[in-house]
Design a protein around this ligand. Structure first.
Ligand code: GCO
Ligand code: MG
Length: 399
């Protein structure tokens, strides 16, 4: 590797991008975006990893992964694993370009014709949520996540405010009220309204955003069993993998978790004890294609399927990398998908296409993504933070 550059830009939202150039002039791109903590990863890359890459053979992807992971002494964690992921994905991009093959061919070729996605329907209230669901049904999506603001709580959490869902906002975190009681009474009622209005001919998903205790999550799962959710996502914080055992004992509503987890160790018990149905780790936050495949292979042994995070705080590079992986793994489940805003697409060019709720990509070598450095200069870094939830007594709650 001759050069590795880190770009921080905010075309619609903040993204950190790594570009590696080989001595033959081949370039590879990696996403290094960690929502609300972008500069920490940029510094990890610029100050600590880039100097280690120069002069190293870009073909040795596995060896470089081990070198960066074990060589750091400090293992795991979102900043480290996002930085390693960016290097790993850029090296797969380079390998594909050198071989003249798309990355999915290097991963074993297609296991399926396309990648089923779920979109985000949301609204500040139930009528606007139902309008959003109708819009996505009309657009041909086969799976839809439904979220709406809880009455009396100021419309917070996981809900679109303007045209797009973008919770990171403001140069200081927005502190929003939360009541588990109000949520537990309300959420099942609007999910029921969605089923009553639109029927069972599509997959319905819901994100709990880690806001319940295990027994509350068990109650929620039980109360929506007849609505046949595709999954309830992040029903409880996952630091304690054991917690999911209690939820599992009480409900057949499928469980998904993993978007904030970074390594195979963080999901090991969840997978091997079959405490979840879908693992949501991503290329960008879980160590790149090399490590994600290891997680997905472990999951396949236990009939756990994939359902990678794909909100717009993951850059188009991550989305493309996800589609390459999703096309190949035998235990693919679903891919989260939100279209990036127009400003983002002025900076990133990809060949990812959407048709009938399925993503696909062309046979372009590598990842099939280009980064327009000049266009990115028009969008300087713009600090934005995710909101923080406080219970009605003022104490901090889980996101
Ligand atoms: C998801 C996530 C988003 C988060 C965002 C935080 O399932 O897509 O939970 O809703 O808001 O990705 O960075
Ligand atoms: Mg989520």
């Amino acid at each position: 590797m001759e050069r590795a550059e880190v770009f921080v830009a905010s075309p619609g939202r903040n993204f950190v991008t790594l570009r590696i150039t080989t001595s033959d002039g081949v370039t590879g791109l990696g996403d290094a975006t960690l929502n609300g903590r972008e500069l920490a990863v940029a510094s990890y890359l610029r100050d600590h990893l880039v100097p280690l890459l120069i002069g190293r053979d870009p073909a040795r992807i596995e060896d470089i992964w081990q070198f960066l992971y074990k060589g750091a002494y400090w293992r795991r964690g979102p900043v480290t694993m996002t930085a390693i992921a960016a290097v790993d994905v850029a090296l797969w991009d380079i390998k594909g370009k050198v071989a003249g093959l798309p990355v999915y061919q290097l991963l074993g070729g297609r296991s399926r014709d396309g990648v089923m996605v779920y979109s985000h329907a949301s609204g500040t209230d139930v009528p606007s949520l139902l309008d959003d669901v109708a819009k996505f049904r009309d657009q041909g999506y086969q799976a839809i996540r439904a979220q709406t603001g809880v009455p009396g709580l100021g419309g917070s959490y996981g809900v679109r405010k303007g045209e797009v869902y973008e919770p990171a906002n403001g140069s200081l975190p927005d502190e929003q009220p939360w009541s588990t009681e109000a949520y537990l009474d309300f959420a099942p009622t609007y999910l029921r309204e969605v089923r009553e209005k639109f029927g069972y001919g599509f997959h319905l998903l819901h994100d709990v955003h880690h806001r319940l205790t295990p027994i509350e999550a068990a109650r929620f799962g039980k109360s929506v069993e007849d609505l046949r959710l595709f999954w309830m996502e992040d029903p409880t914080p996952a630091e304690n993998q054991e917690a999911f055992r209690l939820i599992r004992r009480h409900t057949t509503t499928p469980i998904a978790t993993g978007e904030i987890l970074n390594s195979i160790w963080d999901v090991k018990d969840l997978i091997t004890e079959q405490l979840i149905d879908y693992v949501r780790t991503t290329v960008v936050h879980a160590g790149g294609i090399t490590h994600l495949r290891r997680i997905f292979d472990l999951a396949a042994l236990y009939q756990v399927r994939t359902g990678s995070h794909g909100a717009t705080d993951l850059s188009p590079i991550s989305l493309a990398a996800a589609v390459h992986v999703d096309l190949t793994v035998p235990n693919f489940g679903i891919q989260e998908y939100m279209p990036h805003v127009a400003e983002t697409m002025q900076v990133f060019r990809t060949n990812v296409t959407l048709k009938n709720g399925m993503l696909d990509l062309s046979d372009e070598p590598g990842l099939g993504v280009e980064y327009d450095e000049k266009a990115a200069e028009r969008f300087p870094y713009d600090p934005k933070y995710l909101p923080v939830a406080r219970r009605l007594d003022g104490s901090v709650h889980d996101w």
